[in-house]
Write a protein that binds this ligand. Structure first.
Ligand code: C2E
Ligand code: MG
Ligand code: MG
Length: 694
């Protein structure tokens, strides 16, 4: 039980008042007793003196005992007189008087007699026993002594009793009055504290920090109340601040959740979100023995739009794709952007083949309509891969990779297609994995080797070679660079391959120069990944020093998409290479849908017209027209032209006529190992009519 200060103080005050009253009464009683005793002694002495005077007459003559006894009987009315002794001048007891008190105890009599006999002083006391020793007769004529012994205890007790009877009720009443007064005053003083306490309790319970305690007066409680008011005000301000901060935090949290789960460009859920969603869906489907469908898709032709039109337009197209697809969604479908131009759709409750096939068709159809950007109709297609949870044993990573595999099958089948995953497709994927995993071993175990394909001038004189990597895999057999370079790019193995190629080609260059002359130029292919490798420039520099290579004999080929992918840095890199004397060629020109305007800004020496152009040129007048324009443009920009993929005499003749500087193709030589390349004649002789392209 909680005992409040007020109760404690009230109780203490009661105890204190009672104690005080008791002390006062005690002191009064003691004082009264002292006075009373004095009074009794004075009276006793007066009685003794009177009696002693009367005894003079009796003792002066022959003592008449009867008379003496009757004289002593005058003590009878004094109840407190225990005994009285009359001694003669020889201190012989003449006559005793025994009062009522003395009669009750004979032992006392003897003791008092002994005391009285020996007594010389005028008066003495033994506790409550008062003894008066009065001489009988005058000084020099002593007739004896009268000793009167009284016990004052009874009278004192009686007087104390009557005193207490008279004063105690008043004292008690006074004490109670004082105490009540004190309690009342205490109550008054404590009232504001109690109101303040209930106020603070109310504020705490209701959390209403706008309330203010009404302060009155200027005492300690008012000061406390003012402090409490200030404290509540402070709490209220702090609460407001906290609220504002909490709101801001939750806003930031929501924004962060959005950032973490949604793609800022398209507003679609991102990889993280969809993976979580799929995880939950897979668990649910596994429990209920249901199924989940993942539709993975990648845009066709988006990269070229990005490369040629710039990232800004590319981003707008992506946002347009997202909008268009979102418009087709049904409730519960989740469409997410995984990154780049990859999306995934998890249709809600679509497990029936015909249903998701229909969805896939609708997506492909939706992409057929071009996206209008900057006044241009931009076309992107979509390749879709579809996998089902049951096929992937409800494993998320398998579900995704199966959809990915199926999507690649769609891509290779000619884009704008959808493919349902089939386990046999894993085999193809396995090859991809095998290739990716054995690239480093291939370098260590020398499975790579270089082949050189001649480049000729208009007179079929060999002016250079393109170095092309080859791989004879111990179990997979011959693997084309067209297959393993993209895999190496994905697996981050390109820098190792490029280093190996540079070292190998630089080692071979002196042999080729020896045969084909000082001006022979050997081209090496670089991938988009190489252009992002900050160490490549130093690698080229140190290798050319180690193998004493003159940069004039070296050309680097890079595809236009790789160049544009990382335009500024690539420009910087090639400028640095040009300053050291190396040449740069733009490979496969014409395959990307590039705008030609960037040609004026880039650091290249040669344009290599792609094989597809060369091959279509004769059948397709538009290809011819484009080829002619490219050559014309290159000439104006002071660039050299190399046409690749020349397989026929007429292609050769046409391109020479159009102004191509160098030519490359099976017509002159297939890519061959160094030894065979060195065995080629300096000038290739062409058959005038039929040319075998075995
Ligand atoms: P590319 O740089 O455009 O190389 C030309 C490709 O066309 C070579 O294919 C070559 O064998 C082939 N070719 C040349 N003339 C003709 C012809 O008249 N008819 C036909 N049908 N084909 C012809 P290859 O060697 O399979 O190389 C494919 C691609 O692999 C190359 O295209 C290049 O991009 C890449 N590559 C080759 N070697 C390397 C390398 O060392 N490093 C890098 N990063 N990429 C390389
Ligand atoms: Mg090339
Ligand atoms: Mg090429």
């Amino acid at each position: 039980m909680r005992v409040g200060i007020k109760t404690t103080l009230t109780l203490l005050s009661l105890i204190f008042s009672l104690a005080l009253a008791a002390i006062v009464i005690l002191l009064v009683v003691r004082e009264h007793e002292a006075q009373y005793r004095k009074n009794v002694e004075v009276n006793l002495r007066a009685l003794s003196d009177n009696t002693s005077e009367d005894l003079v007459n009796l003792l002066a003559v022959e003592v008449d005992i009867v008379e003496l006894t009757s004289l002593l009987l005058r003590f009878d009315p004094y109840e407190n007189i225990v005994v009285a002794f009359v001694f003669d001048q020889n201190n012989q007891l003449i006559q005793p008087y025994v009062g009522q008190l003395g009669q009750s105890d004979p032992d006392i009599y003897e003791a008092l007699l002994a005391e009285a006999s020996d007594m010389t002083e005028r008066s003495s006391s033994l506790g409550d026993i008062v003894i008066e020793n009065t001489p009988i007769g005058s000084y020099g004529y002593s007739l004896g002594r009268l000793v009167v012994i009284a016990d004052v205890s009874n009278v004192l007790r009686a007087s104390r009793k009557s005193l207490l009877k008279a004063t105690l009720p008043i004292a008690i009443v006074m004490t109670l009055v004082v105490w009540l007064l004190f309690s009342w005053l205490l109550g008054r003083q404590f009232a504001p504290v109690l109101t303040l306490t209930s106020f603070t309790r109310k504020v705490t319970e209701n959390r209403d920090y706008s309330s203010v305690f009404n302060v009155k007066g200027n005492n300690e409680v008012s000061v406390l109340a003012k402090s409490i008011n200030k404290m509540i005000e402070r709490i209220s301000v702090e609460l407001d601040n906290n609220l504002a901060k909490t709101q801001q935090l939750s806003k930031q949290q929501r924004a962060m959740e959005r950032l973490a789960n949604f793609d800022s460009l398209t507003g679609l859920p991102n990889r993280q979100y969809v993976m979580e969603h799929l995880k939950a869906e897979l668990a649910r489907a596994k429990r209920s023995k249901g199924d989940v469908v993942a539709m993975f898709f990648d845009l066709d032709g988006f990269k070229s739009i990005n490369d040629s039109m710039g990232h800004e337009i590319g981003d707008r197209v992506l946002a347009g794709v997202a909008d268009r697809l979102t418009g087709m969604l049904r409730e519960g479908d989740v469409l997410a952007r995984l990154g780049g131009d990859e999306f995934i759709l998890v249709p809600h409750n679509v497990v029936d083949d015909s249903a998701y096939i229909q969805v896939a068709r609708k997506i492909i159809q939706a992409m057929e309509e071009p996206f209008l950007q900057n006044g241009l109709d931009l076309k992107v297609g979509v390749s879709i891969g579809i996998s089902r949870a049951a096929q992937a044993n409800f494993e998320l990573s398998d579900l995704i990779s199966y959809a990915d595999i199926a999507m690649y099958v769609s891509k290779s089948a000619g884009k704008g297609k959808f493919t349902l995953f089939h386990p046999r497709m894993v085999e193809g994927h396995k090859r991809k994995l095998d290739i990716a995993n054995s690239i480093l071993t291939a370098i260590v175990e020398n499975q790579f080797y270089m082949e050189y394909q001649a480049k000729v001038d208009g007179k079929c004189k060999i002016v250079g070679f393109e170095a092309l990597i080859r791989w004879r895999h111990p179990s997979l057999g011959f693997v084309s660079p067209a297959e393993f370079i993209p895999i190496a790019e994905q697996g981050g193995k390109v820098p190792d391959i490029t280093l190996w190629v540079i070292q190998q080609v630089f080692k071979d260059i002196p042999t080729l120069i020896k045969k084909f002359g000082r001006s022979t130029r050997v081209s090496l292919n670089l991938s988009a990944i190489d252009l992002k490798n900050k160490k490549l420039f130093d690698v080229i520099g140190s290798c050319s020093e180690r193998y004493a290579i003159n940069p004039k004999n070296v050309e680097f080929e890079v595809t236009e998409s790789a160049y544009l992918d990382n335009f500024n840095e690539t420009n910087h890199f090639f400028q640095a290479l040009s300053e050291r004397g190396f040449s740069v060629a733009l490979d496969d020109f014409g395959t990307g849908f590039s705008s030609l305007s960037y040609l004026t800004q880039i650091q290249i020496n040669t344009l290599k017209i792609d094989r597809q152009f060369v091959q279509n040129m004769e059948d397709n007048p538009r290809s011819m027209l484009v080829t002619r324009s490219i050559i014309d443009l290159a000439k104006r920009l002071n660039l050299k032209i190399c046409a690749e993929g020349i397989e026929t005499q007429s292609q050769f003749e046409t391109l020479i006529t159009e102004g191509s500087d160098t030519l490359q193709g099976y017509l002159f030589s297939k890519p061959v190992p160094l030894e065979q390349a060195c065995a080629l004649p300096i000038c290739i002789e062409l058959e005038p009519s039929t040319i075998s392209l075995s």
